[in-house]
Design a binder for this molecule. Structure first.
Ligand code: 2BA
Length: 107
């Protein structure tokens, strides 16, 4: 048995969690904070059989993949002139750890 820890953006986690559930995986969701950016992210915990790990990683990758989004950006040129122009930012992606589970109980 393996334990998957998947850290991803808060925006992607509901879809990833729901797709994993639909594919038969059990998932626990933790509200976490990145140590570098100090921004909120989500860590999903998923315990599964060894032969189910690859599919879980495929699902996580598919629904949290890195992508670019256009967001509005406002820049001020001087005290009285402001211009709004779109900015391309990269969002999404997941950091995934797969750990061996020594023992698993439901009591
Ligand atoms: P990522 O490498 O995609 O990491 C996204 C989040 O995943 C991290 O958020 C952290 O919560 C978790 N994470 C990543 N690698 C980990 C590890 N080895 N152990 C435990 N948790 C891990 P943040 O720490 O807020 O980092 C956000 C992004 O800032 C990172 O994206 C990376 O692109 C950058 N970054 C992180 N640490 C950095 C550093 N020391 N110098 C430069 N850039 C850094």
């Amino acid at each position: 048995m393996k334990l998957i820890l998947a850290i991803m953006s808060n925006d992607d986690s509901p879809t990833v969690s729901s797709k994993l559930n639909k594919a038969g995986y059990q998932v626990t969701k933790l509200a976490t904070t990145g140590g570098f950016l100090r921004a909120g992210n989500t860590t999903l915990i998923c315990g599964c059989d060894d032969d189910k790990v690859d599919t879980a990683i495929d699902i996580i990758g598919k629904y949290s993949s890195k992508r670019t989004e256009i967001v509005p950006n406002t820049a001020g040129y001087d005290m009285s002139h402001f211009a709004s122009f779109p900015l391309e930012v990269q969002v999404g992606g997941a950091v995934i750890f797969v750990l061996d589970v020594e023992q698993f109980y439901k009591v």
